[in-house]
Design a protein around this ligand. Structure first.
Ligand code: NDP
Length: 277
């Protein structure tokens, strides 16, 4: 019998860790699978997805920058998590031939913070920087995990406002202007969900954002998180994490969705951490 086929679509995609993570999970269960990294420019994405899923034994694909909105749009069905984010990082080929869009990013961040890093989010005043696809997924999940307040700040204020409006809990979730970051007090949790680091740009953030026991988290990992993590340490953060754990957790959720088995993410996370330092 043929191994089942999986893939990750992105642009660029050469350095994606997803094939390695999914193969490591598969080995935990003795499952044989193909998991390819497919580079597709935005104008080729829809055709590339169709070609992949037309192939025999193609069961699912992960989707990363810059295709998460397009993946959401081309799916036949969407889970609540995908609909809330307006983006998808998972496409699953259902038995009836339809494509289902899902988003595991928000749940992955919360699991990394609460399980791996032992943080109890309840009662936290959280600041979310960014209002793009990842930020939208993360905002809903932080809210549901019980943060006391969530302040969303985005360079373009409209995107932050529409995200806060969608959650619709003005007593707990509200927005501020980027220009006011120096005057909005301090937070227990600061999550950087902007793509500034990935784009090689730096954020200029005031140290006053950090409360006395603040945790800082950058969704990026590797080089793209260096700037924010260095800022957090300089500002006196109690903990400063990059997004490697979130990456492994979103893959674990995806793997469970596709294979019906929960992988042990910790050894895979530890191996990647060792490899990246
Ligand atoms: P989007 O392109 O959808 O959103 C980008 C966001 O970054 C917008 O809010 C944008 O603001 C903001 N931004 C970009 N440049 C700057 C800047 N110089 N200053 C301030 N704000 C800026 O990207 P995604 O939401 O998909 O991804 C965001 C980041 O999260 C990426 O780095 C991605 O790699 C990472 N990520 C990591 C995951 C993981 O598993 N660890 C999972 C998902 C994402 P504006 O609206 O004003 O343009």
């Amino acid at each position: 019998s043929h191994p089942l086929n999986f893939a990750v679509f992105g642009h660029p995609i050469a350095h994606s860790l997803s094939p390695q993570i999914h193969q490591a999970f598969a080995r935990q269960f003795g499952i044989a699978l193909e998991y390819r990294a497919i580079d597709a420019a935005p104008e080729e994405f829809a055709d590339a997805v169709k070609r992949f899923f037309d192939g025999e034994d193609s069961r699912g694909a992960n989707v990363t920058l810059p295709h998460k909105s397009a993946a959401f749009a081309l799916a036949d069905e969407r889970t609540q998590a995908a609909t809330r984010a307006g983006t998808a990082n998972v496409l699953t080929h259902l038995a009836n031939g339809r494509l289902s869009a899902h988003n595991t990013d928000g749940a992955a961040l919360v699991r990394d913070l609460t399980d791996r890093h032992d943080l109890d989010l309840r009662g936290h005043d959280a600041l979310l920087l960014g209002a793009g696809g990842a930020a939208r997924a993360v905002a809903w999940s932080l809210f549901e995990a019980g943060v006391q307040t969530l302040t969303i700040v985005n360079r373009s204020p409209e995107a932050a406002d529409s995200l806060a409006d969608a959650i619709g809990e003005p007593a707990r979730v509200h927005t501020r202007y980027w220009e006011d970051l120096a005057n909005i007090g301090s937070f227990d949790l600061i999550v950087n969900a902007t793509s500034a680091g990935t784009l090689g740009q730096s954020l200029s953030l005031p140290f006053t954002l950090l409360g006395s026991r603040a945790t800082c988290y950058d969704l990026g990992y590797g080089k793209s998180a260096f700037g924010f993590v260095a800022w957090a340490r300089a500002a006196g953060a109690r903990y400063a994490y990059d997004g490697l754990g979130m990456l492994v957790e979103q893959a674990a959720d995806t793997f469970e969705l596709w294979h019906g088995k929960r992988p042990d993410s910790e050894p895979v996370y530890q191996a990647l951490r060792a490899q990246s330092s």
